[in-house]
Ligand binder design. Structure first.
Ligand code: NAD
Length: 394
């Protein structure tokens, strides 16, 4: 079929298999150039198919030569529907790993469920023995917990309505958006989905099954961002969940003294998850412009390759701040960058959107996530949307 992008506001409902494969190969090439470190040998990556989780899996392979078991929730192609980008990304990742003679298997299913945890444990026991790294990189809209109750996350404030400039992604216009406060139930529900409960459940289950090596590392990804977005992000429902995740780090470390749990606070980047947050895309588009001008902009793979080679696997251990967090948002939050972002934020209007925002960069990242806008792919050609993943466990 001929596959073209079908964009609905902040999501694209189609994905191109060749473009997704190219994006994975580009990321692998970048990681490979950063060199090898003495890091993970066997890793479990929960949320392995897109964004930060995919980048982590690529770095585990390219910077450490590690065997990886991935968990994802993706859809394969059927009839006239393409597969999701994460499906195509994973097919290419498996091809790369197999070309190097390195183990890669992926379980496609709900990581929150007991069944998928059991499946993962069974596979680790059978194929890997134990894992020394667990990356927790889920971004999900809902979670059904062990009691069968389904919780949904929402993107709202936790106190007052918040009105701010926003970028309308349908027409690149600067508008105003009001974000309403969440109810107590909505805050709790978002914490249930995006907080640390499931991370802790995973580590408890892996530990009980004795499939973690001694001093195994587990890293979960968080975001804090600048004061500008605090009302909607860090002090909002999602930030409340992230604070819970951060607290869970200490709880895991206390419960399992031979496990090293750590949070990596990453930079704000366009991914399928982040594009949906109100107000935040405008901040990202301005941030991209300012950081590219300053020469310190990083994308997912650049962030995670730096994490693996300079902050996680170093001869002197984790490089953390006073709270025990690895700060990959260090460049983003420098006063010089944030001062400049604030100035642009105040000044930007629809007429000056290209002057202050890296709109083209934003959209390039967006289309690349779905495998589009690669100059060497002829998108008018027929392609087979059905791509098999060699080593998938359904
Ligand atoms: P993403 O949407 O690109 O990736 C989410 C991953 O989770 C995918 O692999 C998807 O298949 C998987 N997934 C979702 N629901 C699942 C389920 N029920 N079972 C199994 N797998 C499931 O998201 P991302 O932006 O890479 O976010 C990953 C983590 O990084 C999140 O915790 C996010 O908060 C954090 N983070 C993101 C940013 C950012 O700006 N994007 C910044 C800092 C931290």
């Amino acid at each position: 079929m001929i596959i073209e992008p079908k964009v609905r506001e902040y999501i694209c409902t189609t994905a191109h298999p060749q473009g997704c494969a190219e994006s994975v190969r580009n990321q692998a090439d970048y990681a490979c150039k950063q060199g090898m470190v003495n890091g993970t040998k066997k890793a479990l990556i929960i949320g392995c198919s897109t964004g930060y989780g995919l980048a982590s899996r690529i770095c585990a392979l390219e910077n450490c030569g590690a065997d990886t078991l991935g968990i994802m929730f993706e859809r394969q192609a059927n009839g006239r529907r393409t597969a999701t980008p994460g499906w195509y990304n994973t097919a290419e990742f498996h091809r790369l790993a197999s070309g190097k003679g390195v183990y890669a298997k992926t379980i496609n299913g709900d990581a929150f469920s007991k069944e998928i945890k059991e499946k993962a444990i069974e596979l680790i026991k059978k194929d890997l023995g134990k894992v020394d790294l667990v990356v927790y990189s889920l971004a999900a809209p809902r979670r059904t917990d062990a009691e069968g109750k389904t919780w949904s996350s929402c993107l709202k404030t936790t106190d007052e309505p918040f009105t701010e400039k926003s970028l309308d992604l349908r027409n690149n216009e600067i508008t105003e958006k009001t974000v309403e406060p969440a109810t107590e139930e909505e805050v709790l529900s978002t914490v249930k989905v995006m907080g640390g409960e499931d991370w802790a459940d995973w580590i408890d289950a892996l530990k009980a099954a004795d499939v973690l090596t001694e001093n195994a590392v587990t890293v979960a990804y968080s975001y804090i961002g600048p004061e500008l977005t605090y009302p909607i992000y860090y002090h909002g429902t999602i930030g409340t969940a992230k604070q819970h995740l951060q607290k869970t780090m200490s709880e895991i470390n206390q419960a399992h003294p031979d496990v090293c749990a750590v949070i990596s606070v990453n930079k704000g980047l366009v991914t399928q998850a982040s594009a949906a947050i109100p107000v935040v895309p405008l901040y990202f588009a301005i941030l991209y412009k300012v950081m590219k001008k300053a020469g310190n902009h990083e994308n997912c793979i650049q962030q995670i390759a730096r994490l693996f080679t300079q902050k996680l696997y170093t001869p002197t251990g984790f490089q953390t701040d006073e709270n025990g967090f690895i700060r990959m948002d260090d460049y983003e939050l420098t006063p010089e960058i944030q001062e400049e972002v604030k100035k642009c934020w105040k000044a930007v209007t629809t007429d000056t959107v290209k002057e202050y925002c890296d709109i083209d960069g934003y959209w390039e990242d967006f289309y690349h996530m779905f495998g589009f806008h690669y100059s060497d792919i002829d998108y008018t050609q027929d392609v087979d949307a059905n791509v098999e993943i060699n080593g998938i466990v359904m």
